[in-house]
Structures are given as C-alpha cells and as structure tokens.
Design a protein around this ligand. Structure first.
Ligand code: AMP
Length: 249
C-alpha cells in the first residue's frame, strides 16, 4: 500500500507570532519554521504502517517555497521514502493545496492520503475535507486510531461525546488528531541518509493547477492584552468585587 503524506512548513509552535505593523499578516522575518505538528503525526503514522508491513512506500508532499525542502528532508529523515515539492512563493489556500494533492494522488495512486487536521499557522482545518471531496474518496477526519486491513481502514475519531469508529473503503483520506501517536525524532544517521533520498520539484503550473487566491485577508490583529489579576483576601471581598464589576447581581 502506497501512502501519501502532506507536510506543511509553518511557524514553529514554540514561537510567539508577531503581527506586522500594517496588520497585513504575521511577520516571518528570521522566525524559526518547522513541520506542522499534526503533519509530524501523519508522517509517524505512515512510518508505523510501513513498520507493520502494511505500507510499502511513503511519499511526502509539500507545497511552498524552496525552503520547504527542509521540511521534506525532515519527513525523509523520519522515514518517508521520497518527497515531492510543489514550489511556489505564493501563499496557497486550502482549495489550491487540495487541488495540487488531488493531481498528485491521480499520478501516484496511493491507497491512503494522510494530512494533519489543521495547519497551525492559518488554522483552516479544510484541506483534507476538500481533498476527499475532489477525489470522491471517503474521509476519516480527526483520527486518533487507524487500522487498515482488507481493502478498508477503520478510523477512530474524537467527537464531542467520546470516540466514534468508522470503516472506510480504500482509497481514503485521513486527517490526524493529536492523540494518534507521538512522533519520533529523526536520528543523526537518518538525517544524513535523508540527504540522498529522492526529492522531486515541480511547479503548480506544471501540475496544471491554478492557485490564484479566492480569499482576501482584511486584517490581522494581536489578541487583546489580558488585564492584570487582582488578589482578594476573602470570599466576601471576591463577591463584592464581582458585584461591582457586574459579573454577578
Ligand atoms: P489546513 O486545512 O490549512 O488547516 O491544513 C490541513 C492539513 O493540510 C495540514 O496539516 C497539512 O497536512 C495539509 N496542508 C495544508 N497546506 C499545505 C501545504 N502548503 N503543503 C503541504 N500540506 C499542506
């Protein structure tokens, strides 16, 4: 079984984003970038399927600037077999990403495409769902457990009331939730080995996908600053304060 994994280069999750002075977006100058955490989980799951003898080949795909090669090398160092970079300096919206991955899925014919449930930069939570719709494949979103066998995959999903388990016919699209697994760190020898694994580069034009933006960002703003807390000496004082503030009657 071939598995396609989508990995996005995003602002590192430990970095506190700075909004640009003109409110047009987040300032990424000299900011540490890393693989989207949910995509690390997607890569890890694909590797575990390979270790179990279920997956035969793992292909990592990223859409982004030349630097996204580093993200793909990380996926290769973790254990992916080869990588495809669809290179563009434009910001690609979920629909554009989904169309590109759909085209690659058409060429590669994987049985599973695994994506993160959301990219932590834009928090869209849309690409996997759009991809499934474009391909006409079943989707298992927010997966916390995956079990493919006999032309089907059973997916346990985290829903409000607890856990739901669905059976999907392969080929299928899966998006990962936090509890699916704990991704491994790439070892130094594997980082070295990853340098010689195949990484193909294409452009959206070569793939035949129009990535023109359909969404317009009107404004990006910092969250409101939290007010400093106040210490109170007793419950009565607390109730008094809450009354003054109009929180309780
Ligand atoms: P989103 O819908 O933007 O929240 O992203 C959901 C998932 O789609 C991510 O976790 C990635 O697996 C995949 N994805 C989104 N954008 C890209 C991209 N530029 N390159 C590769 N994968 C992406």
């Amino acid at each position: 079984m071939k598995v396609l994994v989508a990995v996005k280069r995003v602002i590192d999750y430990n970095v506190k984003p700075r909004v640009k002075m003109d409110g047009t977006g987040v300032d990424l100058t000299n900011v540490k970038m890393s693989m989207n955490p949910f995509d690390e989980i997607a890569v890890e799951e694909a590797i575990r399927l390979k270790e179990k003898g279920v997956a035969t080949e793992i292909v990592a795909v990223s859409i982004g600037p030349a630097k996204a090669q580093e993200t793909l090398r990380t996926a290769l160092a973790m254990g992916a077999d080869r990588a495809i970079l669809v290179q563009t300096d434009e910001e690609v919206e979920p629909l554009g990403v989904a169309k590109i991955i759909a085209k690659i899925a058409g060429e590669e014919q994987p049985e599973l495409v695994i994506l993160g449930k959301q990219a932590i930069d834009d928090d869209n939570n849309a690409t996997g769902q759009m991809l499934a719709a474009l391909l006409g494949w079943p989707q298992g979103t927010f997966a916390s457990k995956l079990d493919p066998s006999g032309g089907e995959v059973s997916v346990t999903r985290e829903v409000d009331g607890g856990l739901e388990t669905d059976k999907l016919k392969l080929p299928a699209v899966i998006t990962t939730d936090l509890r699916l697994n704990e991704p491994r760190y790439a070892s130094l020898p594997n980082i070295m080995k990853a340098k010689s694994k195949p990484l193909a580069t294409k452009t959206p034009e070569e793939i035949g996908v129009d990535i023109a933006r359909r969404l317009e960002t009107l404004k990006v703003a910092e969250p409101a600053k939290r007010q400093a807390g106040d210490k109170v000496g007793s419950v009565d004082e607390l109730i008094g304060k809450l009354k003054t503030l109009g929180v309780v009657a």
